[in-house]
Design a protein around this ligand. Sequence first.
Ligand code: ATP
Length: 195
Amino acid sequence: MTKIVGLTGGIGSGKTTVAKMFQELGIPIYIADTEARTFTNQPKTLALIAEEFGTSVIDNGQLDRVEMAKIVFNSPEKLNLLNAIIHPLVGNHFKEWLLQHHAAPFIIKETAILFETRGHLLCDYVITVTAPMDVRISRVQNRDLTSEAEIQKRINNQWSDAQRIELSDFVITNNRIESTLQQVNDIYNKILKFL
Ligand code: ATP
């Protein structure tokens, strides 16, 4: 059976960068946040979201992500409500995707909130990506043109690195790209050996 390797880490740590390195090695990758975005703009999901949050979060038949972020990153209860709509959809989609990749030795499932949703219990191995907090914040600021305060709110809704590392099989320190690539290669070889 294809093994499931969960890949997680704080915002801006470099999860997607690392996932793409595994992809270069021929490993199928599932980026849960990207899939969730696809689901949020489907009419059925938008209807469920409108029922719960009102129509102010919908703009031109699309989810107004900025408006939604203002609501959910200021209220853990609202974030839970949104997750309760999106997570089952992504969960079912992932199961189907996994069946399509049954021939791979392992797959990478990237998700920012792996432990928070207890998703690690469904993984054979877990990798956490880390980087210093100031580096993470400036990476996301450069990428998304968002404020430090907004990023900090998201960080406050997630587990800390120490909590993640305690439950992880592997930790990648994503600082210099060459070193990250080396760590990915080492973990790739180790996982293949374990199988
Ligand atoms: P998010 O939690 O927001 O989805 P992430 O953990 O997936 O983020 P990435 O999207 O991989 O992080 O990286 C965040 C930004 O930092 C991207 O613009 C990426 O190109 C850049 N980046 C990632 N790793 C490095 C690195 N080692 N050196 C320089 N820039 C990097």
